[in-house]
Every structure is written in structure tokens, then in C-alpha cells.
Design a protein. Structure first.
Length: 98
């Protein structure tokens, strides 16, 4: 299992320490390797008002990749830059393996 978690370092609202944003089950034989890549839309890094409306915003994120939240293998940081905006009612919080 490959899982990607993020945490907004400077969030203005209380958020989970590690938010699961993407995952994929990968079966490997001993010493076998695989390349796994994901697309995580920037809208998945947004806040919502808890009802229907969401909005994107600037973010400074910690990024973890591992087999589970307790088995982290890689760490990193990313910054999301751009204008804040309200998302329409049809947006979907969905990542995909690429």
C-alpha cells in the first residue's frame, strides 16, 4: 500500500495532523520495485465550510508518503500558490493514480 498524507503547516482552521489524500495498493515480490505516481488536484488541499461550499487558498504543506500513517518512508514540503477562490457545487475531492 502506498499512501500520501498532507498537513497544512499554517492552517487558520483546526485540521487533522495527517490527512490522507491518495492511496494505491501495490503488490510486490521480495526485492521487486515499482514506480507509483499520483495526481492530487490543488482543490483537494482546500478548506470547506462544512456544508457545501469549499474554497482554495494558499498553503504551506508537509507531505508524507508511506505504507500507512504509522509507517512513513518519505517526507517533504510543498507550497500552493495562487488566488483564493470559491469552488462551485460540482467540484469533487478526488485524487487518482497516474
Amino acid at each position: 500500500m502506498v499512501q500520501i498524507y498532507v498537513r497544512d503547516v499554517y492552517a487558520s482552521l483546526v485540521r487533522s495532523v495527517k490527512e490522507l489524500k491518495a492511496f494505491e495498493r501495490v503488490t510486490l515480490q521480495p526485492k521487486q520495485r515499482a514506480v507509483v505516481s499520483f495526481t492530487i488536484p490543488v482543490d483537494m488541499l482546500n478548506f470547506t465550510n462544512g456544508i457545501t461550499e469549499g474554497w482554495s487558498r494558499l498553503a504551506n504543506l508537509r507531505l508524507w508518503l508511506g505504507a500507512s500513517s504509522g509507517d512513513i518512508r518519505l517526507r517533504g514540503r510543498i507550497e500552493v500558490d495562487g488566488e483564493n477562490r470559491v469552488l462551485d457545487g460540482h467540484w469533487r475531492m478526488e485524487s487518482r493514480q497516474t
